[in-house]
Design a protein around this ligand. Structure first.
Ligand code: NDP
Length: 336
């Protein structure tokens, strides 16, 4: 059972030598336990925060232990009546080939149906990132048809689901993404009405100009994934009583400062800004996943994936995700 552990904590930027590939074992199953062979690991930006030994909403990843993270796979052995060999499951198996899971632990393992939804999507559009988009849009932004909503990291796992959900509610949807390929994909495949390449607009003034053009009626809702000058530029373009779902600030995850130049606009425009953590809102997951699965089955949400091959590729793929090298949901494929 190959595993990747967190060997040491980053000093500033995360690097490959923070991780270590080790050979582990698979313990014999006890009553109530299930052995899962992982097909895909999910790589997610939040993992960067957990590599630090800092106070945050989630406890830090312990040193010397298998990197925690979402997985999908197949039950290969079971001593729990609810699970049989062959069942497809989603869980938090971590960066390793196999995991032994307590079938009685609430939420530890969930059986999934792969008839209409590919297994890997349960880590992306029809999984945690999809529910994240749903929560921010539906519960915080709560848009009316015809309103303009904007999302940063627009072509990623969260951003692409956000676009489909917002289009389904009749919004004008504007994305912000890195590079012409991602922007073309956003408008041609994901249904965005417009997409701004922030690399072409690398400062506040230029981004503000681009947003003015893409959002002629102002911005009613913003789903924030990035932080920094992009957030500032959006604030400048908000309408009165706009809502901001503060989901992520990836531009600062390696410790970069994210100063805010226009905080007075929060008052002037009477903005509602709300941070949230999707795992604290399990009550919406059923409803959100059902809508997301429906959009996938109807062909209205066609998420893209970047798949790196083999467990050993996980650290470099993860560091790439923090730099925008992924195009859509970043996964690691473990089975041939
Ligand atoms: P993505 O698939 O969107 O991948 C991350 C993307 O972030 C990259 O592809 C890149 O896109 C963009 N990015 C990276 N660095 C920068 C930077 N310096 N400036 C601007 N953009 C950058 O990841 P997810 O969809 O999984 O996550 C998106 C966001 O949602 C993250 O901030 C994450 O932390 C947050 N999140 C929050 C949750 C919550 O409960 N609050 C739950 C899940 C996710 P590009 O090339 O376009 O810049």
């Amino acid at each position: 059972n190959q595993q990747i552990i967190l060997d040491n904590r980053p000093q500033g930027e995360a690097v490959e030598s923070n991780f270590k590939l080790v050979q582990g074992t698979v313990p014999a199953l006890q009553d109530g336990q299930v052995l899962v062979r992982h097909h895909y690991l999910s790589l997610d930006p939040y993992m960067r925060g957990r590599m630090n030994d800092a106070k945050s909403y989630a406890a830090p990843q312990p040193l010397g232990e298998v990197m925690q993270g979402g997985t999908v796979g197949e039950v290969v052995d079971s001593r729990h009546p609810k699970y049989q060999a062959g069942d497809k499951v989603v869980g938090m198996g971590g960066w390793q080939e196999y995991s032994v899971v307590d079938g009685n632990a609430p939420g530890a393992l969930r059986k999934v149906d792969t008839t209409h939804v590919p297994l890997s999507y349960y880590l992306g559009a029809v999984g945690m990132p999809g529910v994240t988009a749903w929560y921010g849009l539906v519960k915080i932004i709560n848009p009316k048809a015809g309103e303009t909503v904007v999302v940063s990291a627009a072509t990623g796992a969260v951003g692409s689901a956000f676009a489909a959900l917002a289009k389904a509610r009749g919004c004008r949807v504007v994305g912000i993404a890195g590079g012409p390929d991602k922007c073309r994909y956003a408008t041609e495949e994901l249904g965005f009405d417009a997409c701004i390449d922030y690399r072409e607009h690398p400062d506040l003034k230029s981004m503000a100009r681009a947003l003015k053009e893409a959002c002629p009626d102002g911005i009613d809702g913003y789903f924030e994934n990035v932080g920094g000058y992009i957030f500032d530029a959006v604030l400048l373009r908000t309408n009165a009583f706009a809502r901001v779902a503060l989901c992520g600030m990836i531009a600062g995850y390696d410790g970069q400062p994210l100063p805010l130049a226009n905080p007075a606009l929060i008052l002037v425009n009477r903005l509602k800004i709300e941070g949230f953590i999707v795992s604290e809102h399990m009550e919406v997951w059923g409803e959100a996943l059902a809508e997301l699965a429906g959009l996938v089955a109807a062909g209205k949400l066609r998420p893209r994936e970047t798949i790196s091959e083999g467990l050993a590729s996980a650290p470099s793929a993860f560091l790439g995700l923090l730099k925008g090298k992924n195009f859509g949901k970043q996964l690691v494929k473990l089975t041939p």
